[in-house]
Design a protein around this ligand. Structure first.
Ligand code: B12
Length: 211
């Protein structure tokens, strides 16, 4: 198991999409769980990519190919992390806030929530406050899950909450936030209803809103 997980890590680190998809498939054939592939193979590699970027050894092109390799692996794991047959417990609108293009963590949150029985309405990345509000209005979603990976775009989280207040909808929707720079303190400060540091805890927090 170690060797195949190492191959997956190396693939993400080198941005080698084919190596990642092939070794993820091989790991599943070896009966390695989707969770182990994600938590012990792909996520530590992505963290290392971030560190290399911070250290000035990687630049944006390396981030992009690593992200593409990570997304390729996630696509294969998707059906295993999200059980398609569950009756939806509530609708969740997911999106990365305005100005922010990071969507890997947000996608993972959506997959884990889907696995926990939620219906996901994904708005993608660079989502304006108005778009979040419009979508909740048109779909009747009960939960909004916002992601931000940049300290500069975190400010669009309170802006989105304000847009819900201005639309007179703040009391009819639960708003949860997350992303690497986001903290529980920040969530409390801006009046969000919930925060989670990772995707599996995000699904647990969402469940507390409906139980
Ligand atoms: C991949 C990546 C990119 C890719 C994104 C591709 C994509 N499709 O997502 C690309 C190349 C596009 C990119 C661009 C940039 N990036 Co970038 N990027 C990263 C990197 C390496 C990994 C992010 C990632 O996917 N992590 C893996 C996922 C699984 O983790 P995660 O997102 O944190 O999500 C988890 C939790 O946070 C949580 N979570 C996430 N969302 C939510 C939502 C809710 C509701 C909840 C409850 C939980 C939750 O659950 C997730 C799963 O467990 C990080 C480094 C890092 N260590 O984070 C830098 C990083 C975020 N990027 C950074 C920067 C500076 C940039 C650029 C400005 C670079 C540039 N000069 O152009 C641009 C900005 C573009 C833009 N406008 O958004 C900085 C941000 C610094 C800061 N403090 O603001 C970082 C931290 C790198 C660094 N160390 O300097 N980037």
């Amino acid at each position: 198991m170690e060797a195949i997980l190492e191959k997956i890590s190396k693939g993400v680190l080198e941005g080698d999409l084919d190596a990642v998809t092939e070794s993820v498939k091989a790991a599943l054939d070896e009966k390695v769980s989707a969770e182990a592939i994600l938590k012990q193979g792909m996520m530590p590699a992505m963290a290392e990519v971030g560190q290399l970027f911070e250290d000035g050894e990687y630049f944006v092109p390396e981030l992009l190919v690593a992200a593409r390799a990570m997304q390729g692996g996630l696509e294969i794991l998707k059906p295993l992390l999200a059980d398609e047959d569950v009756e939806p417990v509530a609708k969740v609108v997911t999106g990365t806030v305005k100005g922010d293009l990071h969507d890997i963590g947000k996608n993972l949150v959506g997959m884990m929530m889907k696995g926990a029985g939620f219906e996901i309405i994904d708005l993608g990345a660079d989502v304006t406050p108005e778009k979040f509000v419009e979508t909740v209005k048109s779909t009747g979603a009960q939960i909004v899950a916002m992601s931000a990976l940049l300290t500069t775009t975190m400010a669009n989280m309170p802006a989105t909450i304000k847009a819900f207040e201005d639309a007179g909808m703040r009391d009819s929707v639960k708003i949860m936030i997350g992303g690497a720079p986001v903290t529980d303190d920040f969530a409390k400060k801006i009046g969000a209803d919930g925060y989670a540091p990772d995707a599996s805890q995000a699904a647990k927090v969402a469940l507390t809103f409906v139980s």
